[in-house]
Design a protein around this ligand. Sequence first.
Ligand SMILES: NC(=O)c1ccc[n+]([C@@H]2O[C@H](COP(=O)([O-])OP(=O)(O)OC[C@H]3O[C@@H](n4cnc5c(N)ncnc54)[C@H](O)[C@@H]3O)[C@@H](O)[C@H]2O)c1
Length: 440
Amino acid sequence: MARTKTRIAQVGIGGRAGMFLDAVMGPYKDRTRLVGVCDINRTRMEAVMERYRKRNKYPKVPMYGADAFEKMLAERKVQRVVVTTMDRTHDDYICRAMEAGCDVITEKPMTIDAPRCQRILDTVERTGRDLTVTFNYRYSPRNSKVKEILQSGEIGDVLSVHFEWLLDTKHGADYFRRWHRDKANSGGLLVHKSTHHFDLVNWWLDSTPETVFAMGRLAFYGRENAEKRGMTRFYSRATGHPVAQDDPFALHLDRDERLKAMYLDAEVEDGYQRDQSVFGYNISTEDTLGVLVRYRNQAILTYSLNAHCPWEGFRVMFNGTKGRLELNVAENSYVSTSKDDINLAENLEKEKEVKLQVPVILVQKHWQKPREVTYESAKGGHGGGDVRLLRDVFEGAGDDPLRRAAGHLDGAWSILTGVAGNLAIATGLPVRTRDLVRLP
Ligand SMILES: NC(=O)c1ccc[n+]([C@@H]2O[C@H](COP(=O)([O-])OP(=O)(O)OC[C@H]3O[C@@H](n4cnc5c(N)ncnc54)[C@H](O)[C@@H]3O)[C@@H](O)[C@H]2O)c1
């Protein structure tokens, strides 16, 4: 008997949209039907849809402007909405879709601040709709392995976690070229980026953040910091500017067909410039951050995020009552300044795993020699996490002993550390997450 296909619509047809488009037009086309797409920018939407439709030999999908979102939901009898817009608009689309009777899949971060978060929680409660937050990092085999080891009790109760995340001068810089550079759009990196990391810690520890303190500043990017380091020649956007020609931080939209079609040719509609100088004015997002968190189970987290490192990856150390677990991951070993590599293009989100000099996962019990833990590695974005995540999202999570599927409460807890951290940075005082939103 033929399966009834879930009628899916997607809003926000930019860079990240492709992962979901490829999934619904490819491996999940027997379970889903993409019945509509929506974006504020028609030129970009058309460019992206053409690319994925051709690649997957998929029929034409009706396109709607942002002012016709509800019309799309009604006209196309949509059952599930995928939200891949700019962060600050997530809450609005999530809530409007749920009010219209749809379930929702949203990209991280679920949203960017406490009032928006409360609106989502209230809407879920009122409508009873289902909200999935796509935390792909939970699914990367090495991160799943860590969960398995912690869950087995091998290192006992976790007393403290030390977590360092490094973004390199290619990927890290990208958050300072476009909308993320304005904290009002993304909640800053402590929400936009760290939502992944705080979600991992919440999930690994099976606990929730209680008290948060943070410090952070724009210390590397931005005009003033560059001037202090002796830079004297500047530009506001890279494409076509003589000063940007040999700047390894520059993104040249006209040197990459895909980026040109998606962003340069589309900017006439909304003024979205994808290639701004990372050493420009008016950057409100911090690039250097430190956070201290006490969890409900009393574990203490020390966390740092730097967006200007020579290599990209992360190190996490768990100290337990019976021993210690270390996770060391290099996603990119260095940033090349070769002309071909300057544009981000396709490989922006692709992982290039390069082994560090230390094992990826190391467990050491008290009084014993360290044990290197092997895990089944996987290909694809985010350490192989993207492919596995999509399987859960479109086929259902089933009875996963690692409980990787994430809903609205996980989404909320994952942003609350960053939201509280932002408040702590602004006030200089520790913040209790319970004072921010009403959560069960
Ligand atoms: N999970 C991950 O690893 C991962 C990776 C990349 C991006 N993301 C997330 O995906 C989302 C999109 O990021 P991106 O890199 O694709 O950005 P992007 O700028 O390339 O695309 C965003 C799209 O949203 C559209 N948009 C903006 N405001 C809108 C509105 N009010 N109504 C309708 N459409 C609107 C833009 O026109 C654009 O097409 C973000 O929330 C980001 O956090 C997640």
